[in-house]
Ligand binder design. Structure first.
Ligand code: ZN
Length: 157
């Protein structure tokens, strides 16, 4: 039985992953480190400074998973730390009311980070190819741009 070919081990190295996620945490392009990537808190620029572009209509559905994990995980951790700090005299009114409000607000706070972390994860598994570093779509016939051929980097949303 033949083993499947692996990708370049350098591409999946922990050091490269750390670099990609560090760029994502700073809201920079995970691929080139350029930025700023945000047009507004809820909208990414269509292309990064290197002009890589990824994202078909549903490309960023995966970022919703990161948004929930980041937002609710960070809030749960903060509540546990707070409970340990004030134990045993816990003012239970805060978790009953305040935590619910924070839980609703947290996904909005983490929204852009979830998108850049999703881009970093995609870049880690599926590095941007030379074909994706293409000239602007205006110089190509319709439907032949790399972005049209392959679902790919920065958001349209
Ligand atoms: Zn870039």
């Amino acid at each position: 039985m033949q083993r499947p070919k692996r990708t370049d081990p350098v591409e999946l190295s922990p050091r490269r992953a750390l670099r990609l996620y560090a760029r994502a945490a700073r809201l920079r392009c995970p691929h080139c480190g350029g930025g700023p990537l945000l047009e507004s808190w809820f909208r990414l620029r269509p292309r990064c400074p290197l002009r890589t572009e990824r994202g078909e209509a549903d490309f960023f559905l995966g970022s919703m998973m990161f948004n929930l994990i980041l937002a609710e995980g960070a809030l749960a951790l903060a509540i546990v730390v707070w409970l340990v700090a004030v134990w045993p005299a816990v003012p239970w009114a805060f978790p009953e009311r305040g935590a619910v409000l924070l839980m609703a607000a947290a996904p909005f706070v983490f929204f852009p980070f979830s998108k850049t972390i999703w881009l970093a994860s995609d870049e880690l598994i599926r590095p941007v190819s030379a074909a994706e570093l293409a000239p602007s779509p205006a110089s190509e016939p319709a439907g032949t741009s790399p972005a049209a051929r392959r679902p790919s980097a920065h958001a349209r949303r």
